[in-house]
Design a protein around this ligand. Structure first.
Ligand code: NAP
Length: 250
């Protein structure tokens, strides 16, 4: 992949998505920095990438909304080089709760963003990348979670279940489009120090749980971004349907 290719990173305005945008821009890709609420953060990141000589565009879209996702991809088509890759990174947690306390609205939101959002974006990407549709091929990385293996009891089993779905989605889509020039892989981060924990009401979570990690520390967003960038790169040309744990051994 070279300068004249675009990567769309959902949830690119902060955390793992922002780190991925920086790494991918550093590797010469134009980057679409998707976000929902924090326009200032997304615009600041895009400006930072441009100031370093890269190409970046902040684009608002709620990945849970299929029409907004279509508009996101259409804008990238118009204003950036041809699409080469997608990072399905946008994801949310919710406040700690047991399953017997979760209402339908919570479950709808969680699955709409974390699962349906990844399907909506992958659909748009495959329509552009697959040789079946006249595309030149490309790659997708889904951001799952070690929660898919751990289940997150007493905290957010709903979130863990959405990430279990991402594992299966990765395997299925990878095999579906493997002969069409599109590789699909996932990273499964463990405990990573980002703002997502505060959004789930547990701002100290990464620090508090660090002793449970075999490496005895939380990871940082760049350590996940490097794995994402490798899976998207031509160095991973024979890797598809893989789920890569980036979790310090957890
Ligand atoms: P984060 O710091 O909370 O950032 C989340 C990003 O997603 C923000 O850019 C946010 O943009 C965006 N976003 C939220 N809802 C969205 C929506 N509906 N449509 C589009 N964008 C949306 O989270 P993070 O820790 O970097 O997590 C990124 C991914 O890694 C998630 O899929 C998460 O599940 C996964 N993960 C994280 C950890 C961890 O410990 N941090 C561990 C395992 C997996 P706005 O601010 O504009 O809303």
């Amino acid at each position: 992949m070279t300068n004249e290719s675009t990567v769309i990173v959902t949830g690119g305005s902060r955390g793992i998505g922002a780190a991925a945008c920086r790494v991918l821009a550093g590797r010469g890709h134009a980057v679409a920095v998707n976000y929902t609420r924090d326009a200032a953060a997304a615009e600041a990141l895009a400006a930072e990438i441009r100031a370093r000589g890269g190409r970046a565009l902040a684009i608002q879209a709620d990945v849970a909304d299929a029409q907004q996702v279509a508009a996101l991809f259409a804008r990238a088509d118009r204003e950036l080089p041809p699409l080469r890759a997608l990072v399905n990174n946008a994801g949310v947690v919710d406040l700690p709760a047991r399953v017997d306390e979760m209402d339908a609205a919570r479950l709808q939101r969680m699955f709409a963003i974390n699962v349906f959002g990844s399907f909506h974006c992958a659909r748009e990407a495959v329509r552009r990348l697959s040789t079946k549709h006249g595309g030149r091929g490309g790659a997708i990385v889904n951001v799952g979670s070690a929660a898919a293996r751990l289940g997150s009891p007493g905290q957010y089993v709903d979130y863990a279940a959405t990430k279990g779905a991402i594992d299966t989605f990765t395997l299925g889509l990878a095999r579906e489009v493997a002969a069409e020039g599109v590789r699909v892989n996932a990273v499964r981060p463990g405990l990573i120090a980002t703002e997502i924990h505060a959004s789930g009401g547990l701002p100290e979570r990464a620090r508090q749980l660090a002793p449970q990690v075999p490496m005895q520390r939380a990871g940082n967003a760049d350590e996940v971004a490097q794995a994402i960038a490798w899976l998207l790169s031509d160095e991973a040309s024979y890797t598809t349907g893989a789920i890569l744990d980036v979790s310090g051994g957890r």
